[in-house]
Write a protein that binds this ligand. Structure first.
Ligand code: SF4
Length: 281
């Protein structure tokens, strides 16, 4: 007689590379299916939800890795980005913020991490940012996504670059970075761990060396060819696309950052509120 075995399908989130936080979270959710905020974290939740967004002026952010270097230097100088007052966009931002806080509390209460919103900064490379959470020897980044399918396989290349920036910003403390991808519609999630890889690290370091060289010599990279023609998705989505073509040098960008005023060749003179995050020279 032949016995028939039912094929057991492993949940997707448990397959693939090593998991760091998954065992803690699953164990916790199994024991606490209706989990709620533990009182000792109440103050932390208020702080996380009410604190202002951190200024990126005078540092290169972890999440900017592999993006337009001219845009990164605009951010470093403090050039104001386009202000979009859009009610839907505002809700998208708060959705992301609340997702982060929900995960941060879950990670703390399950014992998967030891701290959240952990500040990182490497003075030499001027690279920094906040890790969403940290454990003994790893950092954590939480990502909401509208399409989780690609995330089942691996972390995105862009995020691997980011993780190496964060690892450099940690001054050698962390050599692995956990990425949590959560589907915004279904709350399915998956964890991937990225480890320090010399090849990726060299690429990320090379970018930071170029940025610091530009900072020291006060030389902005030229406008990208497609952006010069005011075409393409990168141009349209860039926060600086309105001014990029009109900014000719470092001094002009710095004056714009300090005063909120810029004179563009075309089409008009613009004035923005002064950026309070610009420190004195
Ligand atoms: S408009 Fe294009 S070249 Fe200019 S900062 Fe943005 S992405 Fe870079």
């Amino acid at each position: 007689m032949t016995r028939r075995f039912q094929r057991v399908q492993m949940p997707k989130r448990l397959t693939g590379d090593d998991k760091v936080i998954t065992p803690y979270v699953l164990r916790y959710l199994e024991a606490n299916p209706d989990w709620r905020l533990e009182p000792q974290y109440a103050d932390l939740v208020v702080r996380l939800l009410s604190e202002e967004y951190q200024s990126r002026v005078r540092r290169f952010g972890g999440s900017s890795a592999n993006s337009c270097e001219r845009a990164q230097l605009f951010g470093y100088i403090g050039v104001p980005g386009e202000q979009i007052n859009d009610d839907m966009l505002s809700m998208v931002f708060t959705d992301g913020k609340y997702r982060h806080v929900r995960w941060q509390i879950l990670l703390l209460q399950s014992g998967a991490v030891t701290d959240v919103e952990y500040q990182l900064y490497n003075e030499v490379l001027r690279v920094g940012g906040k890790a969403d959470a940290i454990g003994e020897d790893f950092g954590v980044e939480i990502k909401g996504t509208r399409n989780i399918e690609p995330a089942w396989a691996d972390a995105r290349w862009q995020h691997k670059m980011q993780s190496h920036r964060y690892m450099l910003a940690s001054n050698g403390r962390f050599r692995r970075w956990v990425y949590i991808y959560e589907d915004k519609a279904t709350q399915e999630w998956v964890e991937h761990v990225t480890y320090w890889e010399d090849e990726v690290g060299e690429e990320v370091l090379g970018e930071l060396i170029r940025l610091n060289e530009a900072r020291k010599t006060k030389a902005l990279p030229v406008v990208k060819p497609r952006c010069e023609q005011r075409r393409g998705l990168e141009y349209e989505e860039c926060a600086y696309h309105q001014w990029c073509n009109g900014i000719t040098g470092w001094g002009q960008a710095l004056r714009f950052a300090k005063t909120g005023r810029i004179t563009l060749a075309k089409p008009e003179r613009r004035r923005l509120p002064r950026n309070p995050n610009i420190p004195p020279e």
